[in-house]
Design a protein around this ligand. Structure first.
Ligand code: NAD
Ligand code: ZN
Length: 390
């Protein structure tokens, strides 16, 4: 089959690889009909996530049709149309039972690697390096899905791939980021990053009752989408004004009740701290560039919540913990517990509360994936979200 494979930083190729096979009784094989490129894939593309190996298959946002089932899967049938959560969860461990699906104790066969870095291992993830299990990803014609009876979610007739594809990751991720803000009526939320995750976080903050949502980025078409399609109350271009000052002004001096960092480890910046991070990252003295995170902490109002859907991988410098401590901030973060959100968010789509297709700017064949990565990374051609068709 064809698959999008990693061969080193910024070296993505479409290779011919062996078809996946059922390995365990709870596996399924899915023939992929749509798959997307995520901001998280850029961290692999840019070489910031360790333990990738040449030939690893990329992709964790995918859906399709079941073509083969392991003997223990009784709740699904061949031919079912399904979306695949990017987090792999057994459905029966201590953490899955608490609906902390992305912290599953049984889905990372390389848990020892994650334990060395993080103390304990989170769940395995599709197409996301060997620390997270070394699972083949879904930017391919077929994928093996472990614990299929728990993960695969059947899609009712009458909905297009594009309407439901983002249930695999970015819609639940934006939603959980907003839910983590513990929004009360009248609340004001600020969202750093108007990529796909930021756009869904803005929409979700309104779905959860926020009165005002401010969005921060520097890419004009992303700010425009945030305002016109996601409905942000006001957008802030951080290259034109200081986001913290602007938010103070917009909130009558009080600051936002919650701030969402939908940027993550590869933030861009305009101040001296950005240069500091770039240098330290280049000489491997710092793993992530937390420019946005620092701003989020300082800009957040007293007693507020900092919610981090943006991915961080390792060791971060100069985090203003004094600001966080003295303002009594609450921090919430993590890989999304996707399984928890599949049903309620599908209902939001069916009710017409949200049409997730607004995010898609490009649809390409899988052969064009290398070009897709390049334009998404460099925000060329007004690219915001790419759907690949295997
Ligand atoms: P993206 O790269 O398309 O979006 C990031 C956006 O942040 C860009 O528009 C960029 O211009 C903007 N940005 C950069 N520096 C900024 C700054 N200092 N201030 C404000 N904006 C800034 O990616 P995406 O797909 O939207 O993903 C965003 C983050 O969410 C990534 O880190 C990704 O890995 C993460 N993510 C996390 C989960 C999860 O489970 N927690 C799931 C999916 C994605
Ligand atoms: Zn993703």
């Amino acid at each position: 089959m064809k698959a999008v494979c990693w061969h080193g930083a910024t070296d993505i190729r479409v290779d011919n690889v062996p078809d996946p096979k059922i390995l365990n009784p709870r596996d399924a094989i899915v023939k992929i009909t749509s798959t997307a490129i995520c901001g998280s894939d850029l961290h692999l593309y840019d070489g910031y996530i360790p333990s990738m190996q040449s030939g690893d298959i990329m992709g964790h946002e995918f859906m399709g049709e079941i073509v083969e089932l392991g003997s223990a899967v009784k709740n699904l049938s061949i031919g079912d149309r399904v979306v695949v959560p990017f987090t792999i969860s057994c459905g029966s461990c201590y953490f899955c039972n608490k609906t902390l699906w992305s912290l599953c104790d049984n889905s990372n066969p390389n848990a020892f690697m994650a334990e060395a870095l993080y103390g304990y291992s989170a769940a395995g993830l599709f197409g996301y390096s060997h620390i997270f299990g070394g699972y083949a990803g879904g930017q391919a014609e077929y994928a093996r899905v472990p614990f299929a009876d728990t993960g695969l979610f059947k899609i009712p007739d009458g909905l297009t791939d594009e309407q439901v594809l983002f249930l695999t990751d970015i819609f639940p991720t934006g939603y959980m980021a907003a839910e983590n803000c513990n929004i009360k009526p009248g609340d004001c939320v600020a969202v750093w990053g108007c990529g796909p995750v930021g756009q869904f976080a803005i929409k979700s903050a309104f779905l959860l009752g926020a009165e005002r949502v401010y969005a921060i980025d520097r890419v004009p078409e992303r700010l425009k989408m945030a305002k016109e399609q996601a409905g942000a109350t006001e957008v802030i271009n951080y290259e034109e004004m200081d986001a913290g000052d602007a938010l103070k002004e917009l909130t009558g001096g009080r600051g936002p009740d919650a701030c969402i960092d939908a940027v993550g480890m590869e933030a861009h910046g305009v101040g001296p701290d950005f240069l500091y991070d770039r240098v330290k990252q280049a000489v491997r003295l710092e793993t992530d560039r937390p420019t946005a995170l620092r701003q989020v902490i300082v800009a957040c109002g007293k007693g507020g919540t900092v919610s981090l859907p943006g991915v961080y991988g390792g060791f971060l410098d100069k985090i203003p913990m004094g600001a966080a401590f003295n303002k009594g901030l609450t921090f919430k973060m993590g890989q999304t517990h996707v399984h928890r959100y599949l049903k309620p968010l599908l209902e939001h789509i069916q009710n017409g509360d949200i049409d997730p297709t607004f995010i898609i700017t490009h649809t390409m064949s899988i052969d064009e994936a290398p070009k897709g990565y390049e334009i998404f990374k460099h925000k060329k051609d007004n690219c915001i979200k790419i759907v690949l068709k295997p």
